[in-house]
Design a protein. Structure first.
Length: 136
């Protein structure tokens, strides 16, 4: 049992150009974000929900600490979705046939996204429900 590679080139030491412009790092990161945005419907939905939370934050004039909580919770959801997507791609790259461990890995990372989403939703409700009730 092991990973089969078409060549042994992966064992060779990779040279890294430490003098490449910092802009390349940002370009590659932007491409990664765009890839997740294009391929993952849930990521697009999570961005929409975060945007609505930001709009609601401006409407209700939430406090600085509430902004911090909303932005941290939203960021954790987006980052966990990106990590989940990267791990799913890696699992798909490594194994072509069905493997129970691959299924477990994908389920666990999807579960991590769900947990972060539920916690973010609870934070959002705790912050916005009192404002909404005061508004009506």
């Amino acid at each position: 049992m092991g990973i089969k590679y078409e060549s042994r080139d992966f064992l060779k030491k990779q040279t890294v150009d430490h003098k490449s412009p910092l802009s390349n790092s940002f370009r590659y990161a932007g491409r990664g974000i765009l890839q997740v945005f294009r391929s993952e419907r849930s990521f697009r939905l999570q961005i929409l929900v975060l945007a609505l939370a930001v709009i609601a934050g401006f409407i209700f004039r939430i406090t600085g600490m509430e902004w911090v909580l909303i932005l941290i919770a939203g960021s954790i959801v987006l980052v966990s979705e990106m990590i989940n997507t990267a791990i799913e791609y890696a699992v798909d790259l490594i194994t072509e046939e069905y493997r129970i461990l691959a299924k477990h890995i994908k389920n666990i990372t999807a579960g991590a996204v769900l947990v972060s989403t539920i916690i973010a939703a609870v934070i959002g409700l705790l912050i916005f429900v009192p404002y909404f009730l005061e508004y009506i």
